[in-house]
Design a protein around this ligand. Sequence first.
Ligand code: ZN
Length: 182
Amino acid sequence: MNRLLPVLTITDIPQPYRDTPIGLLVEYHNLDRPFEEYQNAKLLVGMCMDNRKHLHMPDNFSYIIRTGGANLRYSEFKVSFAIAVGGVKHIALIGHNHCGMVNLISKKEQFVKGLVESSGWLPEQAEEHFMHFAPMFEIGNEVDFILSETKRLRLRYPKIVIAPMLYLVEDNKLYFISENAK
Ligand SMILES: [Zn+2]
């Protein structure tokens, strides 16, 4: 079961995304397409806050919203802003492997201890904080989460083209996520 579609040449870009800002992003990032100049944003990228990722793309090309796990559920106003005011019609939703938002509950002890030691919170405060927010940011599995979040966003913004993608931290490349594989 391999749901990741690599892009090694332009023809690997799935048809609905070819010659769109989503395809261009992958051409810039994976295929070293020479940078064009942009005056306005063409794309909105939703990606994880994780430090291991950097996108290779021209200045002004894209809005970027970074959140835990590329979860845009709590950033909807910013998505709407990029569409309504920024004029963006395409969204690349990019998860990544080894995401810290997977199995968050297992990190509870580390989270509470770290917050107490590093920021001076009381243990009860830190624990309550974790228990309140962890269920909102838990993503379960990176690929499945991106697929479900893509579906949700397509329903919310029916005229916007949205591509589910994954960033592999081992090779720093972007992959499309197949929506047909079982
Ligand atoms: Zn992450």
